[in-house]
Write a protein that binds this ligand. Structure first.
Ligand SMILES: Nc1nc2c([nH]c(=O)n2[C@H]2C[C@H](O)[C@@H](COP(=O)(O)OP(=O)(O)OP(=O)(O)O)O2)c(=O)[nH]1
Ligand SMILES: [Mg+2]
Length: 137
């Protein structure tokens, strides 16, 4: 049954700067609307996740990033969709993030991450970032 759900490949960026992470609130009408996430989106057919995250962060935030560094891959099954989420550590090289593809943006400290509701697929990563934050540039 659920085996027939196709896998949606997604790439998302964990952007850190000055001791904070950038998180985005999903638009109310989107899948998992209203939840907070690491900005990103679906890979185009044949598109490598690292290329996807660069493209998505440009489209959704209007920022250019340096080479994305792979952090982890999470497979999660929602009732209506299976996702294969490729998380990358990213650093902004050009531009200031603007909420073009989300309803809200926030820069939060590792400790504040648990004050925001994230999709279940993100929970393990959130716990990791809270207990052992990435070295901030
Ligand atoms: N970007 C992102 N997506 C996540 C995270 N956690 C998580 O479960 N997802 C899911 C939600 C969605 O089902 C899927 C991402 O797809 P999306 O709807 O954002 O795709 P997109 O930006 O390409 O948007 P669209 O063009 O389809 O409107 O991955 C996360 O931290 N970041
Ligand atoms: Mg998106």
């Amino acid at each position: 049954m659920s085996d027939s759900l196709p896998v949606t490949r997604v790439a998302a960026g964990v952007i850190s700067q000055g001791g904070r992470y950038l998180i985005a609130r999903r638009k109310a009408d989107a899948h998992l609307g209203g939840l907070w996430e690491f900005p990103g989106g679906k890979c185009d057919p044949g598109e490598a996740p690292a290329d996807c995250v660069k493209r998505e962060l440009w489209e959704e935030l209007a920022v250019r990033i340096g080479t994305p560094i792979p952090l982890c891959v999470v497979n999660h099954e929602y009732p209506e969709r299976r996702v294969e989420l490729h998380f990358f550590r990213c650093r902004i090289e050009e531009g200031e993030a603007r909420p073009l593809g989300c309803s809200e943006l926030r820069w939060v400290t590792p400790g504040e991450l648990s004050d925001f509701a994230f999709p279940p697929a993100d929970h393990v990563l959130i716990e990791q970032l809270r207990s052992e934050p990435l070295p901030f540039p």
